[in-house]
Design a protein around this ligand. Structure first.
Ligand code: NOJ
Length: 562
């Protein structure tokens, strides 16, 4: 079907607008006094899978350095690199055996410094992933801790006697399957691990642990890092009396009875630890992003701290789980927007099925990917992207249990195939291994890499990649998208989500068709003038933006002058 108002036309309009408004916008942002992270676009890089400079099949830091110009032209301000520290790689880096070095598989500290310096030249900040809840069982702290009950690091982890009948200390379960307790025959006690047995939980009640962790952040801040994404913050503390968790109805994906994890998750002490980490971050003007899985917006709000003294950017991990519909999204954005914190929208990451696959309907997959981008990248707040999202990379789940790399996938197969599918190599070209490596990639590239890759999409002004580029350019240069208030329009419309982002005498109008049918939307929004900015599958009526015809999953963006 003909795309009436195509992306290419609006790109031309955008370039003109950018030139016109860039200077004023920079000033407005400074004058408003907003910190850098509120307007930055963050981009998550899974280093194993981004770019492989030495062709060993696994990505590395020099690979990332070689792709900085790509990130710059995409419009990224900060990259969050998932753990690249020395690690036995049981949980692909989330089992850290030394917090102040790099895994040789990824490079050296000198490579890191080079990456940092080159990123800085392009105004791209580096955010590292800090695994605060646990270390690897090969970390020297744990090796000492397990060596004897009297060791200097014994109390750095959570050790307890088992029950008299030979059972573990209580009924807590590891989120990765099995019990959360592992018996150690040397010292005849159990240690606690919320994740794999190779990831023993640190004892944050011990001030020496707290100090060591705070010092780790200082080490990296001094090396130029602009902040951390804090892993699994809700599991930092456990009930010291080790009370059993209540069993609740239903079974989990491993077939175990569900439990209410009230004694080993989201304990109030978490907030004390976050305040401490924030104090250190503030000394360096750094940002703390949180992996904050919550059940609702009010729970999420707690992570900002009563005095905005905890996480600046607790991730909204609720949006990605909502049913795809204008109505649910409208309700959620309204709730986030009125909650008082600065929203942090994320639609996909390395632990969940890629957004492209999750939302695909088999017929309009690319249109839906563009629509989702036009939605979450125009909201008030900070956006965190995941590598390859901008290409429409899809999940490539293992075909058999033997192919699975993620241990969780082996344990829960076939109910859950693990997380390999969302961690496959970045798709740079339509050539061998999608241009990721000359070697054997650690995970296979899906057939869709032939069409969904950087080189191919760069040539097509209607591609998902070019739509992301246009959206990010608008997001950086339109004051209303940076500063603007959010106001929902046409609240009864079940198919089309429409809103204004307004700042001073301008508004950005966003109209999004979340249905697979053509929609006609009438808007009663007065304006002295308007200019269409970007669209996909949209056509205006004779009265201009006041009547918009949207093809299935089409969208339309305009700038209105009051
Ligand atoms: C959350 C991380 O995102 C995930 O990949 C990891 O397995 C767990 N935390 C444990 O560190």
């Amino acid at each position: 079907m003909r795309r009436y108002l195509n992306v290419a036309i609006f790109l031309v309009a955008c370039v003109a607008l950018l030139a016109q408004s860039a200077g004023a916008q920079e000033k407005a942002v400074d004058a408003e006094g907003h910190p850098w992270w509120q307007h930055a676009v963050f981009y998550e890089i899974y280093p194993r899978s981004f770019a492989d400079s030495n062709n060993d099949g696994v990505g590395d830091l020099n690979g990332i350095t070689s792709k900085l110009d790509y990130l710059k032209t995409l419009g990224v301000d900060a990259m969050w690199i998932t753990p690249c520290f020395p690690s036995p790689q049981v949980d692909f880096g989330y089992d850290v055996s030394d917090y102040e070095a790099l895994d040789p598989m990824y490079g050296t500290l000198a490579d890191f410094d080079k990456l940092s310096a080159e990123a800085k030249k392009r105004n791209i900040r580096v955010i590292l992933d800090f695994v605060v809840n646990h270390t690897s069982d090969q970390h020297k702290w744990f090796l000492d801790s397990k060596s004897s009950r009297a060791s200097a690091h014994r109390d750095w982890y959570i050790w307890r006697d088992g029950k008299a009948d030979g059972q573990p200390p209580n009924n807590w379960l590891s989120t990765f399957g099995l019990s959360a307790w592992k018996y150690d025959p040397t010292t005849k006690q159990y240690y606690y691990h919320y994740f794999y047995p190779e990831q023993p939980d640190l004892n944050w009640r011990n001030p020496a642990v707290e100090k060591a962790m705070f010092d780790t952040t200082r080490f990296w801040y001094k090396r130029g890092v602009s902040g951390f994404r804090l892993d699994a913050v809700d599991t930092l503390f456990e009930d010291p009396a080790l009370k059993d968790n209540p069993i609740v109805p239903g079974k989990d994906k491993f077939g175990r009875p569900n439990m209410d994890e009230k004694y080993n998750k989201k304990l109030p002490e978490v907030h004390t630890a976050l305040k401490g980490l924030r104090k250190v971050a503030d000394e360096y003007n750094a940002v703390l992003i949180g992996e904050t899985w919550t059940s609702d917006v009010s729970q999420l709000k707690e992570y900002y701290g009563d005095h905005n003294d905890e996480l600046q950017l607790p991730m909204d991990l609720l949006l990605n789980g909502l049913p795809f519909s204008a109505g649910t999204y409208r309700k959620h954005v309204q709730a986030m927007d009125s909650a008082g914190g600065w929203p942090v929208y994320v639609i996909t990451n390395h632990d969940i099925t890629r957004s492209y696959t999750r939302y695909a309907d088999g017929r309009h997959n690319d249109e839906i990917a563009k629509l989702m981008a036009a939605f979450y990248l125009t909201l008030r707040g900070t956006a965190i992207m995941y590598y390859g999202e901008e290409l429409g990379m899809e999940n490539n789940d293992p075909k058999s249990r033997d192919d699975v790399q993620d241990p969780v996938g082996k344990l829960s197969w076939p109910a859950d195939k693990g997380r390999d599918g969302e961690r496959t190599p970045m798709q740079w070209t339509d050539g061998k291994n999608a241009g990721f490596t000359e070697g054997k990639p650690w995970l296979p590239v899906p057939p869709s890499a032939r069409t969904h890759n950087v080189a191919t999409e760069e040539k097509d002004p209607h591609s998902i990649l070019e739509t992301y580029r246009s959206l990010l350019a608008l997001r950086h240069h339109q004051p209303a998208l940076i500063e603007g208030d959010y106001d929902s329009l046409n609240n009864d419309d079940a198919n089309v989500l429409a809103y204004l982002r307004s700042y001073k005498n301008e508004s950005i109008l966003v109209v999004l068709n979340f249905s697979n049918k053509t929609q006609e939307t009438k808007l009663d929004v007065p304006a002295a003038g308007y200019i269409s900015l970007l669209s996909s599958g949209a056509k205006l009526g004779p009265d201009g933006y006041k009547t918009i015809f949207l093809e299935p999953f089409g969208f339309y963006l305009a700038r209105l002058r009051k």
